[in-house]
Write a protein that binds this ligand. Structure first.
Ligand code: CA
Length: 510
């Protein structure tokens, strides 16, 4: 067979990987990178299962599920094709859910989802900002391959969007006979040619910009931004509640066939508005329905009110998750629905506001862990045993996972990996090189080791090296201690960057 660009790349990568593999005594044990995980230290198991479904047990599970699937009760190697529901928060920090250690926010429904499913401690958004993660989720590939290297801003990128030649997860599942709906924040293209209904979704209600006033539905440049399919539509009310109402309607309509329901919520991204607040943006550009004149517009909230609104947004998001779960139960669909809850990037790091990245360094937009390590919860009652997982997974793993579970082959080669065997039978993922890129900055991860390129921090002019198992907070730079490792990791990171960026251009962020 003629070698492809990908196979050549993999060969080079394998060679580089071999070069940088350290002697056994220098390598940290895999699967123990998180300080909040309760797994037994150094355990080879990647998921800690407990009979009660509690995520707090320290009892290790058996690696690779030595017992046959039928002996495990619920597990099955060939499950019925499930419904997929993705609920994605916007800018939710790693420490803002009860199940991730928050004492500030009450999130009982999401916590219950975590207790009854698998909670990842090392789950990541592919980007440290909105648009890139969404592109990676939709394509199963590094977002640079579809040209979404940075934020598609309301100001400067109104003609940019996710390439139509890319097969999306919605297009792939449509081929497999799934109904597909998305309600909420798109943010991978303003022009109607990039609209979700042109990218595989049968149904769309929501907004296409990075953020809207949650009552008047106006983006930060003053454009009205609420769509029904590809038509601007005015519907009064609080946007997160519309998203849930549409989601519930979609579930009812498609309860007799498999479906993909994508619910990317606007919370808790700014503008900070709780369900009882008012509109504070008015139309400056374009479409202006008559009804908007009747809305009360008020100045932006003061700081104390903003933190109150922020808390309400997180807790209302939890309420919305609860409503979707209740509807699935009501329709008898809960058992065979895989629900995934995650965030599109880390929190803003504004502690006065309530943003909380837990033990992580950094914030949204940065390549420290606080920028991209996020909540990751997978819940599928009929097939996934509850547990705590310390494996490294990313948003671009969702599409290959769905492909395997729905028995359909994606058109393009996936960068992400199917998590099916990990989720269903606790088989560890193969160690894989992973990169996060932002402009010219790179973070490169291999197992417990993470390299940050020289330009990631204005105070540092040389690369930084961290061991995340020993130092989740990225407090101790080990670069001078391991110069050979730094050199080898830099070589791989640069190679990956070049390969991934082929045929893509960097968005000029303004
Ligand atoms: Ca975001």
């Amino acid at each position: 067979m003629k070698p492809t660009r990908l196979s050549i790349s993999l060969f080079i990568l394998t060679a580089l990987f071999t070069l940088q593999s350290a002697p056994a005594d220098q390598r940290a044990t895999k699967g123990s990178a998180s300080s909040i995980q309760r797994a037994t230290k150094g355990s080879a198991s990647s998921i800690q299962r407990t009979p009660e479904g509690s995520a707090s047990s320290t009892q290790p599970a058996t690696k690779g599920s030595a017992s046959p699937p039928e002996a495990q009760g619920k597990s099955s190697p060939q499950p019925t094709r499930p419904n997929f529901v993705i609920i994605m928060a916007d800018d939710l920090g790693y420490g803002e859910l009860g199940c991730y250690g928050s004492n500030s926010f009450k999130t009982p429904h999401i916590d219950a989802l975590a207790r009854g499913g698998i909670r990842f401690t090392d789950f990541h958004s592919n980007g440290a900002v909105c648009s890139p993660t969404r592109a990676a989720l939709l394509t199963g590939r590094y977002q640079q391959r579809s040209g979404i290297d940075g934020v598609i801003t309301a100001k400067s990128h109104r003609h940019t969007g996710l390439g139509l030649e890319q097969e999306t997860v919605a297009e792939m599942l449509k081929r497999a006979g799934y109904a597909t709906g998305m309600f909420g924040k798109w943010h991978v293209g303003y022009d109607t040619k990039f609209n979700p209904i042109k990218q595989g979704f049968d149904e769309f209600h929501g907004f296409v910009s990075g953020n809207i006033d949650l009552f008047s539905h106006i983006d930060q440049e003053g454009w009205f931004d609420w769509w029904a399919q590809d038509k601007l539509t005015y519907i009064p009310g609080y946007a997160p509640h519309h998203i849930t109402e549409r989601g519930i309607e979609f579930i009812r309509q498609h309860k007799d066939r498999p479906f993909l329901l994508y619910l990317p919520h606007p919370a808790p991204h700014y503008p900070y508005q709780g369900p009882g607040d008012h509109a504070n943006r008015v139309v400056k550009k374009g479409f202006k329905p008559d009804q908007l004149d009747k809305l009360t517009t008020v100045p932006g909230l003061k700081k104390a009110e903003a933190s109150r609104a922020y808390r309400e947004m997180v807790q209302d998001l939890d309420t919305q998750v609860g409503k979707i779960i209740a509807e699935l139960e009501c329709q008898g669909l809960r058992e065979n629905t895989l629900i995934i809850f995650c965030s599109d990037n880390g929190g803003t790091g504004n502690k006065k506001l309530g943003s909380d990245n837990g033990p992580l360094r950094g914030k949204k937009g940065q390549l420290y862990e606080g920028g991209h390590r996020v909540a990751g919860i997978f819940n599928w009652p009929s097939n996934i045993e509850p547990g705590l997982c310390t494996e490294t997974a990313l948003t671009f793993d969702l599409m290959p996972t769905f492909a395997e579970l729905a028995d359909v082959v994606p058109e393009a080669t996936m960068d992400g990996l199917s998590l099916k065997s990990l989720l269903l039978t606790n088989e560890s993922l193969a160690e894989r090189p992973l990169v996060w890129m932002s402009g010219e900055r790179i973070a490169y991860r291999l197992g417990d080791w993470k390299l940050l390129s020289a330009n990631n921090d204005k105070h540092k002019s040389s690369p930084m090296l961290f061991n995340l198992r020993q130092d989740l907070g990225e407090t101790t730079d080990l670069a001078t201690q391991y110069p050979e490792r730094v050199k080898a990791m830099q070589a791989t990171a640069l190679h990956l960057q070049r390969e991934i960026r082929t045929n893509s251009k960097i968005l000029n962020e303004k």
